[in-house]
Design a protein around this ligand. Structure first.
Ligand code: SF4
Length: 216
């Protein structure tokens, strides 16, 4: 299995849509009394370009880097830091950066000037947790210049029809129920429907987890 790393250049986020209700960042921070609504740069900010004593990158070539999983890469509070983050992503073309966002509406105003049709080493995942999110975000997502695109229905909160946005430009659709003690219901029928939609449009389907409140 390909090696992976996580890189959280900033931490914290403000809640944005229905999927954020039981956000795992808030859940984990609560245990240590940390205020998740404050977005701050982390000590790992320059991790992709950090060097070891021999002058080699600490993250070796070929690694997939899960980026900004304790925030949203496109959150407004990180606008001042994002350009530098893009520079590191551009410098490390030998890594693959994996970014998941609910804020695809901010994508065009947040990309670097040399982005073109997208960096080859970046996959963007657009999260849609319900039909309203799919209707609002997926048209923007498909129009955006991105080389590698995935859709994430996590946490899946209801039955979603999104087949009209599926096709060769979507590399994978990932589905998962909500985790945590207050997890909302995820129904098997909703998952199965998405699987069928993917099968009809020849899109890879990945059922990641049932979550903590799965209804067969
Ligand atoms: S966008 Fe993501 S990180 Fe931000 S509050 Fe929502 S679930 Fe949490």
């Amino acid at each position: 299995m390909a090696r992976t790393e996580s890189w959280n250049p900033w931490h914290g986020c403000h809640k944005y849509s229905a999927g954020c209700l039981n956000c795992y960042v808030y859940r984990i921070d609560r245990l240590s009394g940390r205020d998740s609504s404050i977005v701050s740069k982390t000590a790992d900010f320059a991790k992709p370009v950090a060097l070891d004593r021999q002058g080699n990158y600490k993250i070796p070539s070929g690694v997939t880097v899960y980026t900004c999983f304790s925030s949203d890469f496109f959150v407004e509070e990180a606008d001042a830091w994002r350009e530098q983050a893009w520079e590191m992503i551009s410098t490390r073309r030998d890594l693959h950066f994996y970014i998941i966002t609910k804020r695809i509406c901010r994508f065009l105003q947040c990309i670097p000037s040399d982005w073109g049709f997208g960096y080859e080493n970046v996959t963007v995942g657009c999260t849609v947790e319900n039909q309203a999110a799919a209707d609002a975000r997926l048209p923007l997502f498909l129009e955006a210049p991105i080389r590698h695109r995935e859709i994430h229905c996590e946490p899946l909160l209801e039955k979603i029809q999104l087949e009209c946005w599926l096709g060769g430009w979507i590399e994978r659709l990932t589905v998962g129920g909500e985790s945590g003690e207050n997890a909302r219901v995820c129904e098997y029928a909703w998952v199965h429907s998405l699987r069928q939609q993917c099968a009809r449009r020849n899109v890879e389907f990945y059922f990641k987890q049932t979550g903590a409140n799965f209804r067969p």
